[in-house]
Design a protein around this ligand. Sequence first.
Ligand SMILES: NC(=O)C1=CN([C@@H]2O[C@H](COP(=O)(O)OP(=O)(O)OC[C@H]3O[C@@H](n4cnc5c(N)ncnc54)[C@H](OP(=O)(O)O)[C@@H]3O)[C@@H](O)[C@H]2O)C=CC1
Ligand SMILES: O=C(O)[C@H](O)CO
Length: 488
Amino acid sequence: MKNLIDGKWVDSSSGKTLDDLNPATGMKIDTFPAATKDDVSRAIDAAEGTFWKWNDLGSKERGRIIRKAGDLIQAKRKELEDLLVRECGKIRPQAQEEVNGVLDQIYYYAEFERKINGDLVEGDSSTRKIFQYKVPRGVVVALTPWNFPAAMVARKLAPALMTGNSVVLKPSSDTPLIAEWIVRKFQEAGIPDGVLNFVTGKGSEIGDFIVSHKKVALVTLTGSTGTGQRIIQQSSANMSKLMLELGGKAPFIVWNDADMEKALTTLVWAKFWNAGQSCIAAERLYIHEDIADKFEEKFISMTKGIKVGDPETAQMGPLINHDAQKNMENVIAESEKENLKILSGGRKPDLKGEFNKGFFFEPTLIDNVPQKSSIFQDEIFGPVLGIHRVNDWDETIKMANDSQFGLASYLFTEDNKRIYQASEAIRFGELYVNMPGPESSQGYHTGFRMTGLAGEGSKYGIGEYLQLKNVYVDYSRDKLKLGSIPGF
Ligand SMILES: NC(=O)C1=CN([C@@H]2O[C@H](COP(=O)(O)OP(=O)(O)OC[C@H]3O[C@@H](n4cnc5c(N)ncnc54)[C@H](OP(=O)(O)O)[C@@H]3O)[C@@H](O)[C@H]2O)C=CC1
Ligand SMILES: O=C(O)[C@H](O)CO
């Protein structure tokens, strides 16, 4: 593996590398460069130096190059799917689905070519005009996560580049190979040298340096709330624009008139998709007490039936690393401390052969979780779900909103009045009614409260990469009179 700096694939200037593991087996699959601050500086300098050249190409040509990257990815998509299985532990169908997502993002954002329009506004007289241009911000730093390591790279690169920004990408240290593979396709598609740079290394070592660098105009991160908070502090050095997509704690409300089969199937997806490692994952089930016994009985049986293991054949794969597996054990220890009942799962599965050392955890359900419990307040980010029975609508909405996070939420009911009420009252960036996610490219993926700042997707998301600039012009040729300074 190499880094891409100013169009050249290079090792770290220190020669140091880090290990890349397969989460299904715990075995090393590769090493990657531990970039130094000097490497990062050169990447940022290259991005700054090529910004105007890329901007001046025009959006039509940029769109062509981005679409070509999509075509190149499509042509070799199996390689990317294989990497998603091997480096991230995705089960095969979810690896395929993620590559579809990558292509969807790339082609969606390429459609904005020739559509980045500003406004022409009349000034304070008819001969005065204000040209409101939408201009790129400059150097974008993209920090991507490991949970959707290909889709998140595409979701940041395509709009940043489409709008004329130059980029330095630093991927998660758990999934650098996947990011490198995509960057190579963008380079092959014709992105000029220096416009897209790629550095790898521990966020804890080079992160502060990147985000506080004077030449950086925008930082976009998908990751943890702690990292987001640190970036807010560090980036104050140059007041960069921030796009932060952080933690989630999605409530999943099933009312007594819900289509039960639909709610059950969606909940299997919302909890166990990507082994629960998604920020839109259901983390709190609020089930109406009239239907709770039946719903729980069916859901426990569905949960117990989920096959965990080899990503090529199983229905749920491993967690990303040993720490993530340990976090699930801590959640279980906490629930035992609180005397909560584990309805299913709660342990590492006993897998045979090479998967024995993988970072797996059983799909787990915890009953009667109090609203104030850490199980209902802190992000779990794994295949563990807490259950709480409800009967009062207003109280349920209040509990759903009682979270520091505010990304996704789910509601199952056949009552239109409740749907409209929830659409107003639920204080989350996304509400999925009678359907699963994930978010669409044309939706605006954004969170309330400590889920972060700004958002991605749609014309609003692409707008975050642009800055509105105002040019005032007077074309009257009349003599100028300054009323505010007598005599002029
Ligand atoms: N919203 C979401 O979709 C995601 C949420 N999370 C949440 O975060 C938890 C921990 O996951 P983790 O991977 O540690 O998340 P992090 O927030 O640590 O990592 C996300 C990205 O930020 C980088 N990073 C880390 N520290 C810094 C820093 N100081 N400055 C700049 N960049 C930095 C990481 O690099 P590096 O890998 O080198 O540390 C990675 O590229 C998860 O369990 C989950 O709760 C995680 C991923 C995605
Ligand atoms: O945030 C996430 O986890 C991804 O956007 C998928 O929803």
